[in-house]
Design a protein around this ligand. Structure first.
Ligand code: PLP
Length: 423
């Protein structure tokens, strides 16, 4: 469900014409529909109505201040993975009690900042990290609330690069060593065990891997309690997929996911924490670009566009599929073309789609790359000294630029010469 539809022959974000936005902001740019963001958050949150739960938006999916502010206003907490994300969450006014901190490489400085902000929980991913956190907390005269992130050795049946819960992945502590690890945690000063955590991967379109992992979490929670640990919450991570293709990858509905969670963990009387990212933000955003050239090559057509891999890395990084829609609504019987849709960046891997069937497009035509609201703008960079792509938030008939284009002059201005080069 999203709010990008053709109205009067032009693709709109809610009630704003994306073609008009393109004329104002210039391409490429990301546009987010506030109604979709709110709706997705509510659908997920409502699925757990009546349960003690906290939905911590995985802000690595989309960390724009305007997006965070909107979700925080609806009651969301945040799942952070760096000190930088903590700063963004703080700037958006998110209380420490609603922040969980994930990630395998937390630095002492990041631990101190999170302790000072009084976060809800550190999801600790290794024993060395646990010992370091103990030292840091003790030196500050504080106690760090901790859940150990358990790696359940489950195959999430998703893309190789976004599976996180197999034993060969770098994430979490093996479930086979969970009891030992908790025993260590319980004995360390400055550490208070409060829960248990897992996150098995992303873009998961089947309940079965969740079911496997969560059964194990339920069993572990029981055994840890028997061993005397105070397990008050279970953090079940994120990972619910979204329909990028819309036919072969229909994800489970949050209501079905919630029913499964209750069935497996309901008897424990624990608080649930969730860390959804993609399912909230992906379908709430599009990336708008323009066709620069139509290049007829040997047996192949290239649509050369102004959307580079520096603006949207997912196709290059994960072989991700994104629908592409012309902003001008095609006639039902419009002629089709088959093309590689590529960017201007000097890399063969710089493409949005390969051998894609599309309505015929020509030079100057505008198009939207759909389902780009998660892991889109956050991964954007300035490779090839290309401006950092701007972001626009739409609300009904209103819009606002919520990150302006970071232009080439400013990118160049970040560099400086060495003193010996200044004649
Ligand atoms: C990336 C990540 C998430 C969010 O995953 P989605 O698939 O976007 O829901 C949640 N938790 C952790 C620890 C993550 O690394």
């Amino acid at each position: 469900m999203h709010h990008f539809t053709y109205k009067g022959g032009v693709l709109h974000a809610e009630d704003v014409s994306l073609a008009e936005l393109a004329a104002r902001v210039g391409t490429p740019f990301y546009a987010y529909a506030q109604a979709t963001l709110s709706r997705h958050y509510r659908v997920f949150d409502d699925a757990f109505a009546g349960d003690d739960h906290l939905v911590c938006f995985a802000m690595k999916a989309n960390s724009n201040q305007a997006v965070l502010k909107l979700l925080a206003g609806l009651g969301a907490g945040m799942d952070i993975v760096s000190g930088g994300e903590l700063k963004r969450a703080q700037a958006a006014g998110v209380a420490g009690g609603k922040i969980v901190f994930s990630g395998v490489g937390k630095t002492e400085e990041e631990m101190r900042a999170a302790l000072a902000h009084g976060i809800r929980c550190f999801n600790v991913e290794s024993l060395p990290e646990l010992r370091r956190l103990s030292q840091v907390a003790r030196a500050m005269g504080r106690t760090a609330p901790v859940a150990l992130r358990i790696n359940p050795d489950v195959d999430a049946k998703t893309h190789e690069k976004i599976a996180t819960g197999r034993k060969a992945d770098k994430f979490g502590i093996s479930w086979t060593r969970a009891l030992e690890a908790y025993a260590l945690a319980a004995g360390l000063p400055g550490i208070a065990v409060t829960g248990l955590a897992t996150h098995i991967g992303s873009q998961i379109t089947d309940l079965q891997p969740f079911e496997q992992a969560y059964s194990l979490m339920a069993e572990l929670a029981t055994r840890l309690r028997e061993a005397g640990h105070d397990i008050r919450h279970v953090d079940l991570g994120g990972g619910l997929g979204v329909p990028y293709r819309g036919d072969t990858d229909i994800p489970p509905h949050p209501d079905d996911y919630a029913a499964m969670v209750r069935r497996l963990l309901g008897h424990l009387d624990v608080a649930y924490i969730f860390e959804p990212g993609r399912m909230i933000a992906a379908n709430a955003g599009v990336l708008v670009g323009r066709v620069l050239y139509v290049k007829e090559a040997e047996g192949k057509t290239f649509l050369i566009t102004d959307v580079g891999m520096n603006d949207l890395l997912r196709p290059t990084l994960y072989e991700a599929f994104h629908h592409i829609q012309p902003l001008a609504e095609p006639e039902p019987d419009a002629p089709m073309m088959s093309a590689d849709v590529v960017g201007p960046v000097c890399e063969t891997g710089d493409y949005i789609a390969r051998e894609r069937r599309l309505p015929q497009m020509k030079e100057g035509d505008l198009f939207a790359v759909m389902t780009a609201g998660a892991y889109g703008a956050v991964m954007a960079g300035t490779y090839n000294t290309r401006a950092l792509v701007p972001e626009v938030l739409v609300n009904g008939a209103d819009h606002a630029v919520v990150r302006r284009r970071f232009d080439e002059e400013r990118i160049v201005g970040l560099d400086s010469l060495a003193p010996w080069q200044m004649a």
